[in-house]
Design a binder for this molecule. Sequence first.
Ligand code: MRU
Length: 347
Amino acid sequence: MCDNVKLAADGMSVRILDQTRLPNDEVYLDLTTAEACYDAIARLAVRGAPAIGIFAAAAFAMLAKRAPMGTGEEFRTHMQQMADYLNASRPTAVNLSWALRRMMGVLDAHAGEGRPAIEAALVTEARAVQDEDVRTCKRMAELGLSLIEDGWGLITHCNAGPLATSAYGTALGPMLLGHERGMSFHVYADETRPLLQGARLTSYELDRAGVDVTLICDNMASIVMKQGWVQACFVGCDRVAANGDAANKIGTSGLAIIARHYGVPFYVMCPSSTLDLACATGDDIPIELRDPNEIKTMFYERPMAPAGVTCYNPAFDVTDHELITAIVTERGILRPPFTESIGALFA
Ligand code: MRU
């Protein structure tokens, strides 16, 4: 299991591996306040849809233990405020609101009990969210592995590995599990502008695991597919609408369009908690807009654009369901028409 998120044994703090410092420094932070937890999500110290959900659950349990004494009603109001506050840290990954709703549900289910019993139930639930993620990712990795063959070239975008979950990851799961079983793949990792999750995190995770990985700039995906070096695309996902439209890191939809052109299958991998029936189509998925300096100055010694130039910096885009070959969840491989296959999961 990856140690990217860990609720302390006494539940009084949450330790995270600061992903903004990778690959150069492995720095752990012990978080004890709502503001620090909000900040960790907002600045991507903890990131990746499932990991954000796992972290939010742990943070909620920690904040419950640190909540002021008061009546049951005051405690509930305080925790709802904490949940709303954390939920506002990033808008696109539905796993954040999913985890916070789940924690509020546990709080309500134990409402008639004393504070120690409620706090204990919340700590247990936060650990359950993380343990489930490990099993979910393993199952998805098995299913994803059934779609590929030994020796294939694969391409991925952003980071959907253990750092973005708890173990195996989503999109990187088939590669890591296959590698453990002696299979070999050649993985092309898009660097993923502007925050370089592919360069900093995916190539780091695959390289450390011993998987054959080649880092490319995002605008090189087309040439590697044209050469015939890629037999399948695997990406993670932050939210899937009821019709199968899938929001993932900016640049994912461009990769899917290129894959369609070259006849390469395009697989989206996500836990079923990432499916959001409240969104009918991708147009309903909120897309996070981020600081222009991520494009202009971050990672550069000197600014790489005029200081006053207007920038547009959406963190995610939506891949049209028509470009997706299958959506792999722990509950099965969903095929088009997605409205039916996704609907059947929740029937
Ligand atoms: O902005 P990030 O780094 O949180 O974006 C992450 C992604 O887009 C991942 O592909 C997605 O969350 C799936 S992680 C298993």
